[in-house]
Design a protein around this ligand. Structure first.
Ligand code: SAM
Length: 261
């Protein structure tokens, strides 16, 4: 299969099409599709990933917002095409399965908000193999105390097991983006039931002033007496001097559960 590139790619829709067949093969091997899998693809484009996946899986649904690209995707045998903004698609309401495998070479201008929407729908997701700008991927996989570690890392690592994939050169895309990309896999962790919105709001407070002590950020943003907060920190063996960036996703889970019973 030779990948097709439209004559006028739309930068405002984050259109950087994969054209390197070796990289496409490598991505498909990383995904490890199987004939019993139900896949949902985000931003199908002209079908660089849609084509090789379609013949290997039980079902493939692809969402694409650009009407000019729909004919490319409709030409792929046995694929269901949704002409929609992926942020409006309810994965849990897709037909036939309650456990979708998600893939996407994401439009970078909305990659974080797509990840948020996916994390909120994690109950209907088996795994997600997603391509991000290198910088965003590094924020998602960063370990505690790393300079890139922040709210996005904690949310992703609390709700999912995160696997660092491989880097993809900007030369593999047309048009060539300004930065490198990285593919990562996220697998929802069972039993992680904290409500997304409230938890994200709490983390936003915790990271509000990164360089300040977490204790002080919390005293400023939530209603709690200092001595009670100090006691909870001591019980959870969190240093009074810790900054938000020093806590692991599981420590944040324990802290939130104590503060918001
Ligand atoms: N999958 C193709 C590939 O790898 O060559 C295209 C990837 S390109 C980086 C991102 C695709 O997402 C584009 O086709 C773009 O039109 C589409 N897209 C952008 N915003 C979207 C949205 N809100 N919902 C669905 N698709 C979107």
């Amino acid at each position: 299969m030779r990948v097709q590139i439209p004559s006028r790619p739309k930068r405002k829709l984050g259109q950087n099409f994969l054209h390197d067949e070796n990289v496409i093969d490598k991505i498909i091997r990383f995904i490890q599709p199987s004939p019993s899998d139900y896949f949902f693809e985000i931003g199908g484009g002209t079908g660089a990933l849609t084509h090789p996946l379609a013949s290997r899986v039980k079902k493939l649904i692809v969402a694409e917002i650009d009407p000019d690209l729909i004919p490319y995707l409709s030409a792929v045998p046995s694929v269901t095409v949704l002409k929609e903004d992926v942020r409006k698609v309810s994965i849990c309401e897709l037909p036939e399965s309650k456990s979708w495998r998600i893939i996407g070479n994401l439009p970078y201008y909305i990659s974080s908000s797509i990840l948020t929407a996916l994390l909120e729908q994690r109950d209907c997701i088996q795994d997600m193999t997603l391509m991000f700008q290198e910088e965003v991927a590094m924020r998602i996989i960063a370990p505690p105390s790393d300079s890139e570690y922040g709210m996005l890392s904690v949310l992703a690592q609390y709700y999912c097991t995160v696997q660092r994939g491989f880097r993809i050169s900007r030369n593999s895309f047309s048009p060539k983006p300004d930065i490198e990309s990285r593919i990562i896999r996220l697998v929802p962790r069972p039993g992680k039931r904290l409500p997304y919105e409230q938890y994200a709001a709490f983390l936003s407070d915790a990271f509000s002033q990164r360089r300040k002590k977490l204790r002080n950020n919390l005293l400023r943003t939530i209603e709690i007496a200092a001595d009670r907060l100090d006691l909870i920190f001591a019980e959870l063996q969190i240093s009074a001097d810790a900054r938000a960036e020093n806590l692991s996703a599981d420590q944040f889970d324990a802290l939130y559960s104590r503060l918001k019973p």
